[in-house]
Design a protein around this ligand. Sequence first.
Ligand code: MG
Length: 282
Amino acid sequence: MKLFRFGEPGKEKPGVVLEDGIRIDASGACRDFDEEFFQSGGVGKLRAWANDHADSAPQCPEGVRLGPPVANPSKIVCVGMNYAAHAKEFANRATPSEPVLFLKAPSALCGPDDDLVRPEDALKLDYEVELAIVIGSAAKNVSAEDAAEHIAGYTMINDVSERAWQKEREGQWTKGKSADGFAPLGPFLVTSEELEEVNALPLWLDVNGEPRQRGNTSDMVFEPLFLVSYISRFMTLKAGDIIATGTPSGVAMGMDPPAWLEPGDRIEMGIDGIGCSTRKVI
Ligand code: MG
């Protein structure tokens, strides 16, 4: 099952993509795809509702804006340098011996195709296409064997970064990762049972039609189930939380000279089985 949210920013409604590709308004089934929805078994109830209401529910308007497929996550946890070639281009180092974690402000969340507004003093704007895990129920000290039970599904995130703020200022990476619009999510949350090969998904990103990132989730150093287990030892993952699993190589800062994002640029990206997005830098 594929979940999405549609409508004006802050006023999105929940929706479901049916097997024939038709998108229906799921407001009749639930209020929103938020912590309460996931924690209370909302995905299973929604599946049953969609089976019963496929023909009677209103269809989602053509061309409507898509929002992030999850509402108000308590946190966005990001994994750094989880692909060997990216660790080399980013920091000229081997892969870390255990996952590198940092947080991205949830206020950075936006729809997958929303314009990326370059902050006024941002000079080194960069992109990172990533597989994102959506937590389905609270997880604390879970084993990798049990982690799957705590995952609602997967989606796509662009871990947008301002490299000068991330690397040339004092302190941690968070300030280079958290501006408004730095976390476009979606288009769809694909539930776990529909995405069998999560460890072998091609992911890609182009800027103005030029191929920049070409990767595969099979190249991750630490795979999704391990990441959920690992992170849950350090913090409680709540239902609806997002984990950005790291990016393959090909980011702007790895180019010579770096090709930072500029107003007018068009970013297109996708993950097989999840979907594609296009956004413009303004
Ligand atoms: Mg990243």
